[in-house]
Design a protein around this ligand. Structure first.
Ligand code: FES
Length: 114
């Protein structure tokens, strides 16, 4: 079993409620969302085409992010698409805020790399 590698990506206060940020970890663009104080992290690149999910609109009712290009929604907890045209999920990553208010992300493993 692989131990998660936590990477500090900034301060939690830099991503206020209702906002998102884009960071790059090991070359992977990751979108971090703050939904009413709860943090979520997904691959930033939409699974449909080249669009940045961190530039989309949060949907608090569905705990989802809406892609800014064609409007597919993705579940923030799982990365599963909730509406077309996207049919493939994006990866959901672990995210936490440490005792010093630092946001940390652990990238999910590539399914292909298992
Ligand atoms: S690029 Fe995201 S739904 Fe098309």
């Amino acid at each position: 079993m692989t131990v998660a590698q936590w990477v500090a990506v900034g301060r939690a206060s830099d991503v206020p409620p209702g906002c998102a940020a884009r960071v790059v970890i090991d070359g992977v663009p990751v979108a971090i969302f703050n939904l009413d104080g709860a943090f979520y992290a997904l691959d930033d690149t939409c699974s449909h085409q080249e669009a940045s999910l961190s530039e989309g609109d949060l949907d608090p009712d569905r705990c989802a992010i809406e892609c800014p290009l064609h409007g597919s929604s993705f579940d923030l907890r799982t990365g599963e698409p909730l509406s077309l045209p996207a049919v493939e999920p994006v990866r959901a990553h672990q995210v936490e805020v440490d005792a010093d208010g630092v946001l940390r992300v652990a990238l999910a493993e590539d399914e292909d790399a298992a």
